[in-house]
Design a protein around this ligand. Sequence first.
Ligand code: SF4
Ligand code: SF4
Length: 239
Amino acid sequence: MARVIDIDHCTCELKEQITHLLPDANLDLCLTCGTCTGGCPASEQYDMDPRRFLRMVVLGMDDEVRNSPWAWVCTMCARCKHACPMDIDIPKLIYNVRASVPREERPKGIRGSCDQHIKAGNAMGVPRDDFIFTVEDVAEEIRENQPDFKDLKVSVDRKGTAMVLNQNSREPVTEPDELGPLWKILHLVDADWTYPSVMWAGENYCMFLADDEGWRYILEEFVHHVDVNLKSPLVVNTE
Ligand code: SF4
Ligand code: SF4
């Protein structure tokens, strides 16, 4: 049976809570035009899309919204916000829906990756020395086997470089050969760069988990290392 929603008597707790956190959110301005949905990579996953999700929040369907796995599928890419004629910030809405779920009830996989990043400096839990060893080993192999790149320079924690690059931690673990192509491009354009040894991973699952504290901790450690220890003026996030 279709559910009847009495919008005049809606408590709309989630909407009130989010509007309080995001006074500029303007959720009521939605025209239901669907432009957000047209460009959303998560549309139709779990039979949901950003327009429908927003309507459910506005209509006070709080339990359905909180229990929808779709809230965790959104990539936070913000295409919807850029396309929206009313400038409604759907990723921030989704972020706050995630944050309204108790941390221990958020998806285990994302939570584990966030915890691992806080503990080990990357979501895969790679020890610092293993990362450095892999980088040096792959670089040496390229120098030995590819004459065009016999002078390839790859470093970790070299001070005063023009830029610091971070790296998805999955690559050194599961696809170390995939590190090479970017290094070669940087070599050919004579880029002055290094990896950091602290918080070197480019991913940040704490952001996807809506864990403000964890997200902030990772970024602060990273920025401190780049700014104070390496004294580099630029960060390039390869994620
Ligand atoms: S693009 Fe904006 S106005 Fe149109 S449906 Fe999406 S949120 Fe509503
Ligand atoms: S931020 Fe989320 S809802 Fe918006 S387009 Fe990207 S995936 Fe879709």
